[in-house]
Design a protein around this ligand. Structure first.
Ligand code: GLA
Length: 726
């Protein structure tokens, strides 16, 4: 078992691949987070829990006695509020008396095979219970009658621990949860850099790295979705850790709503990191006997720098998060109508795209926004999910039959969580959008947000979607979400439940998305939110791919895809070749190949020269599918550190094959360029496919190759494919 309880030391030891996580039950049954880091074989943590207390300003619980043990300095694994630990608490409850002091102590524990998941929420999973083990620690707060269970899962073959918490009101009076973290971790150092991914529409997930200092550093979303602005990912990198070396602790929340990740450095220089639902805009009412469960947090430890951290996240998500047939089955190569036609299309135009796409070798046509209601621009019809026969005479069946007759599959666009004020559905049900009585609604892209907390509203949307999906042969759905939540109130939720709306909205979205994937397991679902505004593991649980950004410029995409790759595998990154003009088709293809790959253009506008390149790209898509979708990513340079060049490499898990790609963002005069490759087997002899030259993995990794002869003009790119000899 990778989880042990050492009775005489009251110590829990969780051992994953190369990682140990150690907890103990300390004085007064406080649960202490002692160690998380590189694997340690033994369990001799005697004395490790000791932290000096700091004079009379460090209080103690009377049962424990004054000093040296104080909650103020002890590494409390999951601290309550207002009972002696003054750092950022993990949990806070407002009880029926109106105070919010809590103090949870260890009560019992269980060690189980396999893993559970928080109810009604996405989470990692293991098909084979032998792949992982779970520790559940029960704690209780004697005064409020709140019972807490902390759930930890260790995946034996990955340096990963997943966590979530369950809170039960075991008292006979109601209380409100003000804050409840998915995970709180204690690290006895502060010499870390805080790394996170900030962004905006069209420029998602830029990496930011700054030293931790005394005090707090946090990222969050209050938008009701994980958002373009901060991804629910952060890392603590030991000072000096880089892409390939050094210790990195990675954190990612399996949640698609408002979140908060806060690192808090105390006056002794120890670091606590809490992550979970954002307490701003959250208050959850629990009647006696009711239970609340948090989203799941994913914790990765790497002593191979950021690269090692990324590869661990990627492997976990490929094997234990993404579900459905397209986790392993080759996905159809698609062409999407959005940038080709925007709202201006009809059946004939779409069929003309399909005809040309067929010649190129594309497998599927996706009809984007504009096919429903009276939607000819973005001002109307969201929520009216009936076919616009002015554009598609004879209905969807005619179009799909013609597309299928060409041998292409067919995909469609929806934005189920939105409602246009100019729609039949809104005119009939003006209370179906999020709103606060007496307060005007904010408008964004001419649309309101549907009240996803309401079962009747979800049922209506589902009936409309199902009427289409059950009638026609639809192979793919793009699920979009083009604005954030404001005036977040529901006609059906009032005090004491009013402030539950943000989380209930997310649960409603998960429920509806789950209906879609359960009813139509063969549909390939792609998530989207104005590009990559909801690129998170919660969404990946339902859809194996997410549109990474509305920005399809190959050079700008480099930073977006680099940032996204910190946490998410290439097979999840929606990436298309478009008509954007800054680079040629080779480079557009080489960049989009680092993702799901597809096209977003009018194929009838391709020149003969472009067509030849596109045909070669389609061949490459199939040739490198396995390597890119299931291989290990090694980032060689990144677009923030190197203003000129961006390079990355995929290596197959058996190290028999590697693909190196380099893009020049801006030409600069640099006569010599020697590149050292990564992740190869030093003893294997590799053949460079294009030239037949042979090199050992050791040479490629240590001496490197002189790549000065390859194209290095602005916007130019090339790939090198290495295959094991013999
Ligand atoms: C969002 C998406 C685009 C496209 C449009 C349609 O912006 O990111 O890809 O689907 O909506 O309105």
């Amino acid at each position: 078992m990778p989880i042990r309880f050492i009775e005489e030391k009251k110590l829990f030891k969780l051992d994953a691949a190369g990682v140990s996580y150690v907890l103990s039950v300390g004085p007064g049954n406080y649960l202490l987070g002692l160690y998380w880091g590189a694997a340690v074989p033994d369990a001799n943590f005697d004395g490790y829990a000791f932290r000096d207390y700091a004079s009379s300003f460090s209080p103690s619980n009377e049962a424990v006695g004054e000093g040296p043990f104080s909650p103020d300095t002890a590494p409390l694994e999951y601290a309550g509020f207002g009972t002696g630990d003054f750092r950022k608490c993990a949990v806070s409850i407002r009880n029926a008396d109106g105070n919010d002091a809590t103090d949870f102590r260890y009560v019992a524990h269980r060690i189980l095979a396999g893993k559970g998941k928080p109810a009604s929420m996405p989470a990692t999973h293991a098909e084979n219970p032998a792949d992982c083990a779970t520790l559940e620690i029960d704690m209780a707060d004697g005064t409020t009658g709140a019972e807490l269970t902390l759930c930890y899962t260790v995946f034996e073959d990955l340096p990963v621990i997943t966590r979530y918490a369950r809170l039960k009101n075991a008292s006979d009076r109601a209380f409100d949860i003000e804050k409840i973290s998915s995970a709180s971790v204690q690290l006895p150092f502060m010499d870390f850099d805080f790394i996170h991914l900030y962004g905006r529409w069209g420029a998602e997930r830029n990496m930011v790295r700054s030293p931790l200092a005394h005090g707090q550093q946090s990222i969050s979303s209050t938008r009701g979705s994980s958002s373009h602005y901060h991804n629910p990912f952060a890392a603590l990198a030991k000072r000096g850790a880089d892409e390939d070396r050094g210790e990195v602790y990675g954190f990612n929340l399996v949640y698609s709503g408002s979140f908060d990740i806060t690192a808090d450095v105390d006056y002794y220089g120890t670091t606590r990191l809490n992550m979970g639902i954002n307490p701003d805009g959250f208050l959850w009412h629990l009647e006696p006997g009711e239970v609340f469960e948090t989203p799941e947090a994913v914790l990765v430890y790497s002593d191979e720098g950021l690269g090692g951290m990324s590869r661990a996240f990627h492997r976990l998500y490929l094997n234990h998060l993404i579900r459905g047939k397209y986790r392993h089955e080759v996905r159809p190569l698609l062409i999407n109508s959005w940038e080709a036609a925007f709202f201006d299309f009809d059946t004939d135009k779409l069929v003309s795209f399909a005809e040309r796409a067929k010649e190129i070798g594309i497998d599927m046509l996706v009809m984007d926004d504009g096919w429903f209601g009276r939607r000819n621009d973005d001002r109307s019809s969201l929520g009216d999910w009936w076919v616009n026969e002015d554009k598609l005479p004879g209905g969807l069946g005619v179009l799909i039959d013609r597309v299928n007759a060409l041998g292409l599959k067919f995909g469609i666009w929806y934005e189920p969580e939105m409602i246009s004020p100019d729609s039949d559905i809104f005119r009939a049900h003006p209370d179906w959008c999020l709103h606060v009585p007496g307060r005007p609604n904010s408008i964004a892209r001419h649309q309101y947000v549907i009240d996803m907390s309401r079962q009747d509203v979800r049922d209506n949307i589902w009936e409309q979607m199902n009427a289409v999906l059950s009638k026609y042969k639809i192979d793919y759905v793009k699920w979009d979400f083009n604005r954030n939540l404001t005036e977040a109130g529901s006609a059906l939720l009032s005090a004491p439940h009013g402030e539950e709306i943000f989380h209930r909205f997310v649960l409603g979205t998960y429920e509806l998305m789950g209906r879609l994937t359960d009813t139509y397991p063969d549909i390939l679902l792609e998530n989207c939110s104005g590009g990559g505004g909801r690129f998170d593991p919660g969404m990946l649980y339902f859809s194996p791919q997410i549109w990474a950004s509305d920005n399809t410029d190959a050079i700008e995409r480099l930073a977006i895809q680099f940032g996204t790759s910190l946490c998410y595998p290439a097979s999840t990154m929606g990436a298309h070749v478009s008509m954007s003009r800054r680079t040629g088709f080779e480079t557009k293809g080489n960049v989009a190949m680092w993702g799901t790959f597809g096209y977003e253009l009018d194929p009838n506008r391709l020149t003969e020269k472009d067509l030849e390149i596109v045909k070669k790209q389609v061949e490459d898509y199939h040739k490198y599918y396995e390597l890119i979708h299931y291989g290990d990513l090694y980032r060689i340079t990144d677009p923030w550190d190197d203003a000129f060049r961006c390079a990355w490499e995929f290596v197959s898990p058996d190290k028999r094959e590697a693909l190196y790609t380099q893009v020049t963002m801006r030409y600069h005069h640099c006569p010599t360029l020697i590149v050292r490759f990564k992740g190869l087997d030093p003893r294997t002899v590799y053949v460079l496919e294009a030239t037949g030259e042979e090199y050992s993995g050791a040479l490629l990794m240590n001496a490197g190759l002189n790549l000065s002869r390859y194209p290095r003009g602005t916007g130019e790119s090339f790939t090198l494919h290495f295959i094991k000899k013999g």
